[in-house]
Design a protein around this ligand. Structure first.
Ligand code: NAP
Ligand code: MG
Length: 504
């Protein structure tokens, strides 16, 4: 009898505690540090340009530092390519295109691309650590998403190299020539793979410009490509800032530009190459919505939101940066979201328990802070997690806003940080109207139990990729790309071959 009473007491105590879960969740329970080792990677103190199969000094002799955004320590110095270096890279890409690469049978090209894929898979840990050091993203993501996906892209496109006649039945696919490729800092190696793999599979040669703040994995990929014995000049890597990208885009010897980055720079590129014969694909910014209906699996949706906007510090082009939730469930969704956000661990990107890493650079942190302040000024209600921030490095707490009007800057502009704008809707029509009320059109997620509703809404959304009851899922066989100001052209899948071929 006594025992039973004690049990009942315990149950009652637990129930009494339940309303305070918000507080008890206030800090994620402590875990012992579990850092990924750095001993197995070797960073050089200086990195040269990769041109014509060799590592060479930049003509300017200028180098710039790349830093670890979690500690602000300098990781290495990286060569700054000027227009002359870019010219050398384009010329070497042209030479090998004319002499061998374009003429090589697809089955031979495939061997090289497979070799790159296999070597990348073997060295996945090394690349994951370097990516986390240079970019600030948690090792969990670089290890489980970035590097495996990059590898999968090389495997996938290697498979197409000798089967182009099946990709384009009844037609002959010829390579376009030299591809100038410019990529951003949010998925450095993955973006390099998205660009290089389809170009090589279709017989093009490449000059790639990585982002200024995250050049290291592309440079280690260059060393891997050298080891894979790819004919010199088929892939060239020129590091530098915007001016280097500009020199590449403007080079008359480039036949095709593939750009991933901001809409602002995308528009500059479109203007500068207008009137030339250069082909162009643009993968630009986004302001993608997660639309949650009353009948949605709420806990799954919460995980989808967390994954799509907070992991990777919101540095994701297709981040679900707007939450459009049906009014009836808004209070419970917001409550559950707060509880879940409080459990997110922020800190050392190399720690395997870390969920949220560092913001990639100081300017990016300033941009996020400025936009968040504008949200407060314009009258939205701010909520942030209470986790402790490391003393050094660039950090931003996972944040959301309620009371958001569609006219607020935080609802219209891409923040590219861990900041969510929450809005509500009553009818499906209102959800569609709000979701489409943006200059962007990259992605969207719909959360509902009803298949018919999924089809109805999906058909009305202007977004290049739409996920149902999930978010931010990627596969090399699935095309990715935008509508409206999110750009044009598709990467991934058979569609990803089109920009690199001329069909006869
Ligand atoms: P960004 O400023 O546009 O830079 C992208 C790349 O372009 C960088 O390598 C950059 O060099 C270079 N660049 C800058 N100015 C240039 C110019 N005038 N001519 C040629 N190249 C130039 O973008 P970001 O801030 O690095 O990346 C974030 C943006 O990328 C976001 O808007 C995001 O949505 C978008 N993104 C889109 C996708 C997609 O698939 N749609 C994927 C990932 C990211 P620096 O490194 O020196 O700036
Ligand atoms: Mg860096």
């Amino acid at each position: 009898m006594k025992e039973t009473t004690q049990k009942v007491e315990k149950v009652v105590r637990l129930e009494v505690l339940t309303p305070k879960t918000e507080l008890s969740f206030g800090k994620a329970w402590p875990y012992a540090p579990a850092p990924e080792g750095r001993e197995h990677i070797r960073l050089q103190s200086r990195y040269q340009l990769f041109i014509g199969g060799k590592f060479v000094d930049p003509r300017s002799k200028r180098y710039f530092p790349t830093i670890n955004p979690a500690t602000e320590e300098t990781l290495a110095e990286v060569a700054e390519a000027d227009a002359g270096d870019v010219d050398a890279a384009v010329q070497s890409a042209r030479r090998v295109f004319d002499r061998y690469w374009a003429k090589m049978p697809g089955r031979e090209r495939a061997k090289y691309v497979y070799r790159i894929a296999r070597m990348l898979a073997e060295r996945a840990r090394e690349f994951a650590v370097i990516e986390s050091l240079d970019n600030g993203k948690p090792i969990k993501l670089s290890r489980d998403d970035d590097i495996p996906l990059a590898t999968a892209h090389f495997f996938y496109y290697a498979g197409w190299a000798d089967k182009l006649e099946y990709a384009f039945p009844g037609r002959t696919a010829r390579p376009v020539g030299v591809a100038g490729q410019v990529i951003p800092w949010n998925f450095p190696l993955l973006m390099a793979a998205w660009k290089i793999a389809p170009a090589l599979a279709t017989g093009n040669t490449v000059v790639l410009k990585p982002a200024e703040t995250t050049p290291l994995t592309a440079l280690h990929l260059a060393a891997l490509i050298q080891e894979a014995d790819l004919p010199p000049g088929v892939v060239n890597i020129v590091t530098g800032a915007g001016a280097t990208g500009g020199a590449l885009v403007n080079h008359p010897g480039v036949n095709k530009i593939a750009f991933t980055g901001s809409t602002e720079v995308g528009k500059i590129i479109q203007r500068t190459i207008a009137g030339t014969k250069k082909r162009l694909t643009l993968e630009l910014g986004g302001k993608s919505p997660n639309i949650i209906f009353n009948d949605a699996p709420i806990d799954a949706a919460i995980e989808g939101i967390i994954g799509s906007i907070f992991y990777n510090q919101g540095h994701v082009c297709c981040a679900g940066s707007r939450l459009i939730v049906q009014e009836g469930i808004a209070p419970i969704v917001i409550k559950k979201l707060k509880d879940r956000m409080q459990t997110l661990r922020m800190g050392d990107p190399l720690d395997k328990n870390t969920d949220i890493g560092a913001i990639n650079s100081k300017p990016q942190l300033e941009k996020i802070s400025e936009l968040v302040q504008s949200g407060v000024k314009e009258g939205a209600v701010l909520w942030q997690t209470t986790c402790e921030l490391p003393a050094r490095g660039y950090w931003f707490r996972p944040t959301f806003f309620t009371n958001v009007a569609q006219s607020h800057r935080i609802a219209r502009e891409e923040i590219f940080g861990p900041v969510l704008a929450i809005m509500t809707f009553r009818t499906p029509e209102e959800a569609v109207e709000k979701a489409n009320n943006t200059p962007y059109g990259l992605a969207a997620s719909i959360w509902t139990d009803k298949g018919s509703k999924i089809f109805r809404i999906t058909n009305k959304l202007k977004a290049g990729v739409i996920w149902n009851n999930t978010a931010n899922m990627f596969d090399p066989s699935a095309p990715f790309g935008g509508y409206k100001e999110s750009g044009f052209g598709r990467e991934g899948g058979v569609h990803g071959l089109y920009p690199y071929v001329e069909l006869r």
